[in-house]
Design a protein around this ligand. Structure first.
Ligand SMILES: Cc1cc2nc3c(=O)[nH]c(=O)nc-3n(C[C@H](O)[C@H](O)[C@H](O)COP(=O)(O)OP(=O)(O)OC[C@H]3O[C@@H](n4cnc5c(N)ncnc54)[C@H](O)[C@@H]3O)c2cc1C
Length: 415
């Protein structure tokens, strides 16, 4: 064991030991150091430095899904989307590198995989998504064999999928299968089809991108994507709506749809999602066995008091996408509410904004924005009438804004 790892373990053990000791300050434990959890941890400390914040995250580095499609197209490297969480420590956030495996809400204690408990006054849970592999017959075996990937959590699979695309022969077929909405990042699959097509256009022009979409049509920025595909990638991208993957045949390199089978050289099948496993373990799932309903004024779970759920794991409010932009905003709602509650005050509802950029090539992008506000009558956040919209056209300026947006949100969440 390296000294660094020992110190991390020792740190975790000493924090865990605190569970039984009396505490002078309020303590918030945050599970998951992605866009939601990291932002919440930072902003609670920022807005009330007297609160003790412990962030539990199982992965060493933060690998951003936003911009990761550019890695697949060869326009960026995985190092460009990989960040350290060390900046959070400058705000006084204590980071425990471990996996949270359970919670006892009556005693307000979180259990960690390597042993030890963490007590909390308020718990924040932002575990992202996990996949309903069982909905696509043969998926898990195919994924383990490395022949079918989703690359819908940025990291190893992103690198592996890029390698498959590079190794594919010119004239080959890349199959991208999209699950029924809701899934994380509504425009993400169409961005992926675009940047892979841009790569094929320059490196293997006889190749094809075959998009099998379980939804009837493109679910976000449809007009802008269709225009880009017609202008930039005629004969390269072929789109089929209402084409749900029900199985995969890895040895035969086929995706099985309800009525037919489709063969490809690279199979990128994204299975349907649900809230991350920890949400299920913590009893936070309320809807369709998949998502966690919350009070949108505080992000507090409707199933378990004292626990706030953020990001992709939530049952989305009307017309609210599952995005990094939203997870970052959910975190600020929760952080503000927790600071108010721990100081004996009532939280106020707030208005939040979503912006999602998508690259349609290595150098041009498009955007969609929306604003969401609390509606007391409906008891949820609703889109503000007349707000938001999409870019007038794809442009290099939007691509520059996309990069600025990414650097800003990485810094806002982690810096
Ligand atoms: C290809 C792609 C492109 C995208 N592009 C954009 C974009 O341009 N703009 C945008 O706004 N959004 C984009 N998104 C969506 C965005 O990545 C997600 O919406 C966002 O990551 C959600 O944040 P989160 O905090 O809910 O989950 P995550 O960011 O996934 O964070 C979850 C964290 O929790 C950790 N964790 C989970 N369980 C445990 C546990 N039990 N113990 C300890 N740690 C745990 C995980 O390791 C992870 O670090 C994209 C997504 C994809 C797949």
């Amino acid at each position: 064991m390296k000294r660094r790892d020992f110190l991390k373990l020792a740190g975790a053990a000493s924090l865990a030991g605190c569970a039984s000791t009396a505490q002078s300050k309020a303590r918030v434990v945050v599970i998951g150091g992605g866009f939601g959890g990291a932002t919440a941890a930072k902003y609670i400390r920022h807005w009330d430095p007297s609160i003790d914040v412990i962030l539990v995250e199982r992965d060493a580095d933060f690998v951003s899904c936003p911009i990761s499609n550019l890695v697949l197209g060869g326009f960026s490297g995985i190092e460009d989307v990989t960040q350290s969480r060390d900046g959070l420590q400058r705000h006084g956030v204590k980071i425990v590198r471990d996996e949270a495996v359970g919670v006892d809400p009556s005693r307000r204690i979180v259990r960690l995989a390597r042993g030890g408990d963490l007590s909390y006054e308020r718990l924040v849970v932002s575990p992202g998504i996990d996949f309903l592999y069982g909905d696509v017959a043969g998926y898990e075996a195919a994924m383990q064999s490395g022949r079918v990937l989703h690359a819908w959590k940025a990291g190893e699979q992103t690198v592996a999928l890029r390698r498959q695309l590079e190794e594919m022969r010119d004239g080959g077929v890349y199959v991208l299968s999209i699950p029924v909405a809701p899934y994380r990042c509504p425009p993400g699959p169409y961005e992926r089809a675009s940047v892979v097509a841009a790569y094929f256009k320059q490196a293997k022009p006889r190749s094809k991108v075959l998009v099998l979409d379980a939804n009837p049509d493109i679910t976000s920025k449809a007009g802008l994507f269709k225009r880009a595909w017609a202008d930039l990638y005629p004969g390269i991208i072929e789109y089929h709506g209402n084409s749900r993957a029900v199985g995969v045949d890895a040895p035969g390199m086929k995706v099985k749809l309800e009525l037919e089978e489709v063969q490809g050289d690279v199979l990128n099948v994204v299975p349907p999602h649900r809230a991350g496993d920890f949400a299920a373990k913590a009893g936070l799932i309320t809807t369709n066995n998949r998502w966690c309903d919350v009070d949108w004024r505080t992000m507090e779970s409707k199933a378990v008091k004292g626990i706030h759920v953020l990001g992709d794991a939530t049952l989305s409010a009307p017309a609210m996408p599952k995005s990094a932009s939203m997870a970052n905003n959910h975190a600020k709602i929760a952080a503000a509410a927790i600071v108010e509650l721990l100081n004996g005050r009532d939280p106020e509802p707030v208005k939040i904004i979503n912006t999602c950029y998508s690259f349609v090539s290595g150098k041009e992008a498009i955007r969609v924005s929306s604003v969401h506000e609390w509606d007391a009558g409906q008891g949820t956040l609703v889109p503000v009438k007349g707000s938001g919209g999409v870019s007038a056209a794809r442009s290099e300026a939007e691509a520059n804004y996309a990069w600025s947006w990414a650097k800003t949100i990485w810094f806002d969440s982690l810096g």
